[in-house]
Design a protein around this ligand. Sequence first.
Ligand code: ARG
Length: 578
Amino acid sequence: MKQHIENLLKNAVLVLAKDHEIPENVINNIKVERAKDKAHGDFATNLALILAKPLKMNPRAVAELLIKNLEPSARIEKTEIAGPGFINFFVSDSFTAEKLQEMRSDVRLGIKEADVKDIVVVDYSAPNVAKEMAVHHIRSTVIGDAVVRVLEFLGHKVIRANHVGDWGTQFGMLIAYLEEQENKYGTDLDLSDFEAFYRAAKERYDSDEDFAVLARSYVVKLQSGDEYCKKMWQKLVKMTMDQNQKLYDRLDVTLTEKDVMGESLYNDMLPKIVEDLMQKGIAVEDQGAVVVFLPQFKNKDGEPLGEIVRKKDGGYLYTTTDIACVKYRVETLKANRLMYFIDSRQHQHLEAAWSIARMAGYADESVRIEHEAFGMMLGKDGKPYKTRSGGTVKLRDLLDEAENRVTALLDKRNSPLQGKDRDEVIHNIAIGAVKYADLSKNRMTDYVFDWDLMLSFDGNTAPYLQYAYSRIRSIFRKAEIEPGAIVLQEEAENDLATKLLAFEDTVKSVAEKAMPHLLCTYLFELSGIFMRFYEACPVLKGDVALEIKASRLALCDLTAKVLKQGLGLLGINTMEQM
Ligand code: ARG
């Protein structure tokens, strides 16, 4: 519909352009917006205000002229001029009803695939080997996975890149410690407590010089491809990722072991990259190290920031890997959009790596490279979220607690569910609540982790939306007639219709901006509008004609479908009963 009105306006402008000088970019950028308040129509445009200057007329007169030149359309009931010269469009009810009908009979709910399909690499999750997944990995995992689902739904080719921290000098120490442990306790070690393992390895390294010497020799051996060290290293990677995979599965996150593209993947590229940068005059030797000076970034003294790409001892850095990463993703994976779901504190690092990659020609302007930054997860006290003793909160413990809390909640609500159904409901609510709490806030801001808020059945939460869905489904268990053709008469029906039709635009903007909270807000508002409709317009009972009831049932059905699909795109399950 938006497109339709934009086309009508464009044709009207083209007529005016015959006698007037109108800039090309105005003609090609005609925009209409969905109206916020139904009283002002369904769509509005400020085009007349924009044209006032080139036409040297007052905007209201321009608006009149535009309306006069609009081709008649059955889909538009009327237009009006508002305020200084806005044009409001009122869409015809029967056209809206027809659109809803189409939506309801389409498995994609009327959401068309993108016209231009991208190859998108989505860099997300990226935990570190032999470390517990930290809070910033959880945020990255949950937000990244929602965007991945939306992009795939719109037909883009998505390559999930789990940029696991699987390389670095710490592996000498970890291998030496693993070896020691295996000698003592055999090879069947339970390393599920990474934090403890890492700490113990570090203690050995700091307190025992012989151990430290051995550890350092293992770093060198590993880097030169020594078989034994490689095997021990692989063991550490596998143990970590096996455990993380359990968490991904538990979180209903779509990542699998096939998506691991750890830092080590780029090792072989690094020497050539540094050589190439030097040859192109982008990097220079500076006190034994190889450095790129970036004039656009200044250090504290106002001098260009020197980004080291090879250390004095020949070692490479996190930045070097990220430069290689761009090259690999563009040249080998053929991506034209790179999305990085990473903590906002890494912004400067990323900008530096990307500008070097661009200077070196590893990605041209046709490739979008985006930092989908996010803030920190804070406790209710406003400080970074930690355990009571100040340690990292283990994701596993967090999910256990969520499930315990939901179990208690169901008991309190006297839920009749038993056995497997009950377990499933507990899982869906607990995981849904934790994910939704993260997804529903603008990712750019820090967010406060609050159990009571996220598990509430009122407000913008997963349990609220899941419950709204189950309640609509329960209407169908009571209904004695089938949903029928949609007719829109009441204001509450029209409000609901307008909101339902905005689903497609919402999903598309999530893909464009990598902002899942837009979809959360939409679903929350949809539920509110639905509740008002359900109160104002009797569906099951009441003295209403059967066709009207059937139409209203169809609206209920479509709302349920949109809720299910919308939550599904966020990676959150719905239930018929809860
Ligand atoms: N492993 C890193 C960390 O724990 C995140 C990696 C993000 N991806 C990237 N291409 N740098 O902070």
